[in-house]
Design a binder for this molecule. Structure first.
Ligand code: FAD
Length: 469
């Protein structure tokens, strides 16, 4: 590869000021968890779709691979370059325009670098809801959300990023633009290319814009915490909540006692309104009628849960700021655990009915393998998605624990996930972190088909090589 000629072509494509090198690249080269550090030949910051296409053509002509990056909040090392200093990091941050809102069609078209929160706010200005919500929403981008098919806290009602996207604009490996920004809810005109690019983690094409699905804003929304005596009771409470509230149930997050202990230890100023319990659930109900309607539903649901012994105690947010504080409690768990030190993370999904048996069997096996091991178990229980994170026993060096025990603990956990019919990646994706696990565990026919798709759409291996596959 002639690096000087490539750099000249990149400068011509986007302007010299938007081709960063050396120290200026540092913030783009390290992932959010600080687990994957790379070295880019350059960071390129195009401002339009045509500039993205020109960058791809320049890289293709010079045989350089590209790593797309949005907000760099991904948790599997998919958006940072490798260490060889020859990859071009393509930052989508400057593609940040909301192109259109069609209130009657309930759609919004945004460029890939738009921050998720900006899109939520743009929808809100039209009294509409963009229903993707996650703790990184102040910094993650729509392109990254779609490339990872992000989940978050409202999947049980509105679906993953995939279900919130109607159309895409994508730059292909040939530097062409696929204009697929359709706002159609029905379009059976051939293979679904949109769904191929969503969740492909930057390995098949560069998403430059998306037409997103909006919903009416709920008229009332209420949040509550409830404590449950066991995980089995927590799952039964979910079944009850679904029956009682139907589509009004928009959030059902669960946290084990240790997860909340860590929040208490590292964020003592955050109020925890309920006493410690084996499991604490955050419920959110939304009503298209009124807040009074949501409150009546929630109060009757919690009353019934306590009567049936599924919940011991509950606390209903009385104001918007109390509701925010309850969500903050849940969203502080990832930060609290990272302040406790590195741990061995598993973003897994299971059939909801299998969760209590999975947790009982896996916790017993972990305790046998590592006596006094600590488990930060929390997540989007309403979607069968657990963040099942294994923390070193008190007093042990977390970094050494991660280094020495990760392979053994991953095997134990992922074997159990597979035995219970689950997935080793619920919402964070594969990236670099789980590539070898995917190769070892995915159905071989599925893997072969995935490799064929990669070959067909990116024969030169330009986009994010060695990620996912
Ligand atoms: P990046 O990190 O920049 O990139 C992620 C991947 O997408 C990389 O492989 C990258 O190459 C590719 N990519 C990025 N942009 C494009 C593009 N335009 N075209 C093609 N490929 C592209 N995730 C969840 O699903 N649910 C959660 O609840 C959740 N909570 C989180 C909480 C915290 C505190 C943090 C830090 C992360 C969380 N995540 C969660 C993970 C992360 O926020 C999401 O995966 C997010 O969607 C990534 O968006 P990003 O813009 O930061 O992408």
């Amino acid at each position: 590869m002639n690096e000087t000629a490539l750099l000249a072509a990149l400068r011509e494509a986007v302007g010299a000021a938007q081709v960063l090198q050396g120290e200026d690249c540092a913030p783009f080269e390290l992932d959010w968890r600080k687990r994957f550090a790379g070295k880019a030949l350059a960071v390129v910051r195009p401002g339009t779709t045509d500039e993205v296409a020109a960058v791809v053509r320049a890289c293709a002509a010079h045989g350089a691979s590209l790593v797309p990056q949005g907000g760099n909040t991904g948790l599997v090392g998919g958006g940072v370059p490798d260490g060889n200093g020859r990859q071009v990091l393509l930052s989508l941050q400057r593609l940040n325009r909301i192109r259109a809102i069609d209130a009657a069609n309930l759609t919004l078209t945004a460029e890939a670098g738009c921050i998720l929160q900006t899109v939520q706010q743009a929808a809100e200005q039209h009294d509409l809801l963009f229903a993707l919500s996650l703790a990184a929403e102040g910094s993650c981008s729509i392109g990254g959300n779609l490339a990872t098919n992000a989940g978050g806290t409202q999947v049980l009602r509105y679906g993953n990023a995939r279900e919130l996207c109607l159309g895409l604009e994508v730059v292909t490996a040939w530097g062409e633009v696929w204009h697929g920004l359709s706002g159609l809810r029905k379009d059976n005109s051939g293979y679904d290319l949109r769904d191929l690019f969503i969740g492909s983690e930057g390995t098949l094409g560069i998403i430059t814009a998306a037409t997103l699905k909006l919903h009416p804003q709920p008229r009332g929304q209420l949040t509550a915490l409830a404590t449950c005596p066991s995980l089995a009771a927590t799952v039964e409470l979910l079944t009850l909540a679904r029956k009682a509230a139907g589509a009004s149930l928009t959030g059902f997050e669960a946290m084990n006692q240790f997860a909340l202990d860590l929040v208490r230890r590292h964020m003592p100023a955050l109020p925890q309104p309920l006493p410690a319990a084996p499991w604490t659930v955050l419920l959110e109900l939304s009503s298209s009628e009124s807040e009074t309607h949501a409150a009546a539903l929630l109060e009757s649901l919690l009353g019934e849960a306590m009567e049936q012994g599924l919940a011991d105690d509950a606390s209903l947010a009385q104001t918007l700021s109390q509701a925010h504080a309850l969500w903050q409690l849940r969203e502080s768990v990832p930060l609290a655990q990272s302040q406790e030190g590195l741990n061995i993370k598993h973003d897994i999904s299971l059939p909801i009915s299998a969760i209590p048996a999975f947790c009982a069997a896996t916790e017993a096996a972990l305790e046998a393998a590592v006596p006094a091991v600590r488990l930060v178990n929390f997540g989007h229980l309403g979607d069968g998605n657990l963040h099942f994170n294994v923390q070193a026993p008190q007093g042990q060096d977390p970094a050494a624990f991660l280094r020495e025990r990760e392979a053994e603990i991953n095997k134990l956990v992922f074997d159990a996930v597979q035995a219970h019919g689950g997935s080793i990646s619920a919402e964070h994706g594969i990236g670099q972190l789980k590539r070898d696990e995917l190769a070892a565990r995915k159905d071989p026919v599925a893997l072969a088909l995935m490799r064929q798709i990669k070959k067909a759409l990116d024969p030169q291996g330009l986009f994010n090589p060695d990620r996912v596959l």
